[in-house]
Design a protein around this ligand. Structure first.
Ligand code: NCD
Length: 329
């Protein structure tokens, strides 16, 4: 299945229609997502945490895989845009009675849903829905298999921009299970599109994809070397649910070689920021003192996730409404 289709993501004027993956998108578009998110960061501080941009629109959250942060921040983002939100629990839905993905979508379309937010274990699931959805419907990928997690990458870029400013000066290290990580893939594309000075991946050989350099990164197998002089460190969880066979001797051994501790962080720049998309496994990929320490911006990532998701949802529905001659915002 082809999974990069920008003719699918963008409308005839180059505006966002679906948000499925980062690769192939322009620096201008990624920047405008962040600029739009900037305008939404204040909404959470208001007495009434709402703007009326998506009033009268219906958004369905379809999570076929577990999630805490992503699902709740998508739901909050939709509510803060004044949309009506359906969060469908797939475990108790008709999917568990054998209904096909397409039939689930068709039924929700019959209820006049305007947008689907989809997380699925199969790479390409959101692209499949976008290709088969009714013309007025937008699809946002909330994580598909190992392939892509574009809103996570954008909230990470937004966190970096808010803390560090221009990407052109930055060295970024992504550390951990790159092989199974849709987050890493999306971050690598976003950092390269935004012009980061250097993107490094740091992992044991067994947790790096073959020919990873072709993605536009330099590969390190030693944590201290990989961290040297970096401005940003992004730690990743071991995605054990996706591992087939023994890729690591033990978690203890992994922590000794690749776990981020205060000592090891000293190899990075003094003002380094430490990020993690969550869920964190304390003592496996990262020491608790680093999670809770002064360099950590991990909880900022969670808050900015709402602003980024508000931006993406309002841009996608707005684009669709304009294309149809309406006016949503
Ligand atoms: C990530 C995911 O689901 O891909 N988490 C998230 O969305 N915050 C990373 C992970 O599961 O490790």
């Amino acid at each position: 299945m082809t999974v990069h289709r920008n003719d699918l993501q963008l409308d005839a004027e180059g505006r966002l229609r679906h948000f499925l993956s980062i690769d192939g998108l322009s620096k201008t578009l990624l920047t405008s997502i962040m600029d739009t998110a900037e305008s939404f960061t204040g909404v959470a501080e208001r007495n009434v945490k709402k703007v009326p941009l998506l009033r009268g629109k219906t958004i369905a959250n379809l999570f076929f895989e577990n999630s805490t942060r992503t699902q709740t921040t998508f739901e909050l983002a939709a509510k803060r845009l004044s949309a009506d939100v359906l969060s469908i629990n797939i475990a108790t839905s008709a999917t568990s009675k054998g209904e096909s993905l397409l039939d689930t979508i068709r039924n929700l379309e019959a209820m006049h849903v305007d947008m689907f937010v989809v997380r699925h274990a199969a790479s390409g699931a959101s692209h499949f829905i976008a290709r088969n959805a009714a013309p007025h419907v937008s699809v946002i990928n909330a994580g598909d298999g190992r392939h892509s997690h574009p809103t996570q990458a954008m909230l990470d870029m937004f966190t970096i921009r808010r803390n560090k400013g221009d990407f052109g000066d930055l060295k970024v290290a992504i550390v951990g299970d790159i092989l199974h990580s849709r987050v890493a893939r999306s971050q690598i594309h976003a950092l390269n599109i935004l012009g980061a000075r250097e993107v490094r991946v740091v992992a044991p050989r067994t947790l790096l994809p073959t020919k990873v350099e072709q993605l536009g990164v330099s590969a390190f197998h030693n944590l201290d070397q990989g961290l040297r002089d970096v401005d940003v460190v992004i730690m990743l969880r071991l995605q054990k649910e996706r591992m087939r066979g023994a890729l690591l001797p033990s978690e203890h051994e992994y922590f000794n070689c690749f776990g981020l501790t205060e000592d090891r962080l000293r190899h990075a720049k003094p003002d380094v920021i430490v990020m993690h998309p969550g869920p964190i496994n304390r003592g496996v990929e990262i020491d608790s003192r680093v999670v809770d320490g002064p360099h950590s911006v991990i909880l900022q990532q969670v808050s900015y996730g709402i602003a980024i998701r508000m931006a993406v949802m309002s841009m996608a529905i707005h684009s669709e409404a304009k294309a149809a001659g309406g006016g949503a915002g």
